[in-house]
Ligand binder design. Structure first.
Ligand code: PMP
Length: 309
């Protein structure tokens, strides 16, 4: 999906024109993946955009920075406000928001600590990540030959740029094999997650999702899905999931900021359930899309309205 340019990018504290937001080729991040980032959506609620789960995303950004020993030169409140200001400055009704904190120009040694920590916030118009039809029809996926990283190699719970080489390998292989997305197992062989999504399994009226110990990113949407599913009366178990449970599930779906809630209709060519979106997925989707379209009241305080700056 090509990038749709916006007018402005927030770059180290200032809103500057999109085309001027540049970094030097010797920036540490280009060489060693030394960045942390977030992916956030703003939804159109009436005429105004509202940012979905702003605080959990800002918290995760700061947690990633803490794990990676990176000091963000702004407070949480400043980053939070900068995100709102960028959405407002670009006059989006809805958009995808990408805050990125990276090590800039300073040294090419592997140790990043001599390089400045820089912050940008990019916003852009973005549609359905896995395709518009996917939300109803579901997607075909395959279990990847690439595993998620072992817990003592890279910290899966942190959203660190360099770690997305793992996700890139997973999604490229999947597409090469004719699938929309890949599902990675953890190093013990249990189901972990998609290249950019968490996964849920519906079986005999209960809902399962891998635990944090299965090398997953702690998805913000995952947490919302758990809340909504519990409110609908479902029991949600965070437990290790063997690969074969995917094949015999009644329903499977992905959750993620980009993918939102996307049903999975086949895994490795094996049809899941009825081969299209199942009733549990549909009920969770109805709540999620109801809240993010303004049709259902935002009872959890998930939406932060963006007021014109
Ligand atoms: N796992 C990975 C590897 C991801 O990149 C993402 C997207 N951020 C997710 C899960 C879903 O997380 P969230 O719901 O916070 O977008």
């Amino acid at each position: 999906m090509p990038i749709a340019k916006s007018d402005k990018i927030w770059f180290d504290g200032q809103l500057i024109p999109w085309d001027q937001a540049r970094v030097h080729v010797a920036a540490h991040v280009l060489h060693y993946g030394s960045s942390i980032f977030e992916g956030i959506r703003a939804y159109a609620i009436g005429d105004q955009p509202a940012v979905f789960c702003l605080d959990p995303h800002v918290d995760r950004l700061f947690n990633s920075a803490k794990i990676y020993r990176m000091e963000i030169p702004y407070t949480r409140e400043e980053i939070r406000q900068a995100i709102l200001d960028t959405v407002a400055a670009n006059q989006h009704k809805s958009c995808y928001i990408r805050p990125l904190v990276f090590r800039g120009y300073g040294s090419l040694g592997v140790n990043p600590q001599e390089c400045p920590v820089q912050v940008v916030i990019i916003t852009m118009e973005w549609g359905r990540y896995l395709g518009a039809e996917a939300i109803e029809q579901g997607v075909d996926v395959g279990v990847s030959s690439w595993q998620r990283m072992a817990p003592n190699t890279l910290p899966a719970a942190a959203k660190i740029g360099g770690q997305y080489i793992n996700s890139q390998l997973i999604v490229m292989e999947a597409v090469e094999h004719g699938y929309v997305e890949g599902i990675a197992l953890d190093t013990q062989g249990y189901v972990s997650e998609g290249s950019g999504e968490n996964i849920f399994v519906v079986k005999d009226g209960e809902i399962y999702t891998p635990p944090l110990a299965s090398s997953i990113l702690q998805g913000v949407t995952r947490r919302c899905v758990i809340t909504l599913a519990q409110e609908l009366g479902f029991r949600v178990r965070e437990q290790q999931i063997p690969r074969e449970l995917l094949y015999i599930a009644d329903e499977l779906f992905f959750s993620g900021t980009a993918a939102e809630i996307t049903p999975i209709r086949s895994v490795d060519g094996i049809v899941i359930g009825a081969g299209h979106r199942g009733p549990v997925t549909e009920r969770v989707q109805a709540e999620f899309f109801g809240i993010t379209s303004g049709g259902i009241p935002d009872r959890h305080g998930w939406l932060t309205p963006v007021t014109a700056s």
